[in-house]
Design a protein around this ligand. Structure first.
Ligand SMILES: [Fe+2]
Length: 387
């Protein structure tokens, strides 16, 4: 029998090259007339934020530009943006950028109609013990990297000062627009690690507790598309066929992991990213092989399929062999697209292992569809370091 489970897609997504041109009509369909456009300096310089701004203004929407989003979405930056949003009396938010920008946009949409206390009480919201006094204002998410999937996921990952870690504030996006035209200026290294982030979403979604045949289907197709298109997009930024397929892969990986989930790799990536400020996708790229090797003990056939999608010819049915060969395929792929190992990034083994308490203490760690012991956590970190 196939595993039972619910098929969900959190928000509609308009996909395709040039679709950002429809942002005005979409924003207006939510009744918004004055929005905050959340972005960052890099995206502003690349032109994507200005392009969306012009589209919105042509539709008669007033735009308050806020291009100060910061990497890893620090709580303080959300508060600053929300203060501007409240003062300007915005009735919607549009995020244009990578994962940190989209997370900032989602968080701002919840904080503006409420207050900064939302960020202090983030655990209560995440665990369902508290609900927003006022509903978040509509938030339309327009990614400019093929990685995050944030336009389809229910949390804004915020760096909490109080908790000194990354944690999710539940804020569903209202709508996503995935337009590969906006991604053509992303530099090779960022293309590589954001693509590896999407791969890690799909890979972990296969073995999270809530996975379904539907989330598996999306995850496997995302893996296939990333394997086939990421090297081309890294090699030639203007390869729009590859960019478009990667944009789709990232989008369906986001839908897959919002229905299923991510787990061990993301717990460790959040800890390492927070402690050593390594880009999220780089952490994920280096952790995924170790997670695959661990997951193969419980899910050998799924990890065999993943390995095959990544180009490995796995003839054995021994979980140890499957895990090693699938992990090797992903690691070689990461190196081929230019991802440096933790060692090459200058991290020491001691620093790596020092992330264990934060990693193992993260709730996502227990979302893996099987037992994860403290020793497993240590072994995964060691494997990710040595691999
Ligand atoms: Fe991720």
């Amino acid at each position: 029998m196939l595993k039972s489970g619910m098929y969900t897609q959190l928000a509609p997504v308009l996909f395709g090259s040039g679709t950002a041109g429809q942002a005005g009509e979409i924003v207006k369909s939510f009744g918004c007339s004055k929005v905050m456009l959340v972005s960052d300096e890099g995206v502003l310089e690349a032109g994507a934020a200005g392009k969306v701004r012009r589209v919105l203004e042509r539709s008669g929407i007033e735009v308050v530009m806020w291009a100060e989003a910061e990497t890893d979405c620090p709580e303080e930056s959300v508060k600053r943006a929300a203060a501007v949003g409240r003062r300007e009396k915005i009735d919607g938010v549009v995020g244009v950028g990578g994962g940190s920008v989209l997370d900032t946009a989602k968080a701002v949409s919840a904080v503006v109609p409420n207050d900064d206390q939302v960020l202090d009480d983030i655990v209560l919201y995440l665990t369902g013990q508290k609900e927003y006094a006022n509903a978040p204002v509509p938030v339309i998410e327009i990614p400019t990297t093929a990685g995050t999937g944030s336009e389809s996921t229910f949390v804004a990952v915020v760096t909490s000062d109080k908790l000194d870690c990354k944690i999710g504030l539940p804020v569903p996006p209202s709508y996503g627009i995935v337009d590969s035209e906006l991604m053509k200026t992303v530099p090779p290294y960022i293309t590589a690690f954001t693509g590896m982030d999407a791969l890690s979403h799909a890979s972990e979604a296969l073995t999270e507790q809530k996975n379904t045949p539907h989330s598996d289907l999306l995850a496997c197709e995302a893996i296939r598309l990333i394997k086939e298109n990421l090297p081309a997009a890294v090699k030639d930024a203007a390869d729009m066929e590859a960019r478009d397929r990667l944009a789709f892969a990232s989008s369906i990986a986001g839908i897959s992991f919002n229905e299923s989930g991510v787990h061990i790799g993301h717990s460790a990536a959040h800890a390492l990213g927070h402690l050593y400020h390594i880009p999220h996708g780089v952490c994920c790229a280096n952790l995924t092989p170790a997670v695959i090797r661990f997951a193969a003990k419980t899910y050998p056939q799924k990890m065999k399929r993943l390995g095959e999608l990544m180009g490995a010819a796995i003839t054995s049915d021994d979980p140890e062999v499957i895990g090693k060969e699938a992990a090797d395929a992903v690691r070689s792929f990461a190196r081929a697209v230019g991802i440096k190992s933790f060692k090459e990034l200058g991290l020491t083994k001691e620093q790596m292992m020092a992330a264990k308490p934060m990693f193992y203490g993260d709730a996502l760690c227990m979302a893996f569809g099987g037992e994860v012991t403290e020793q497993d956590a240590a072994d995964i970190l060691a494997d990710a370091y040595e691999g």
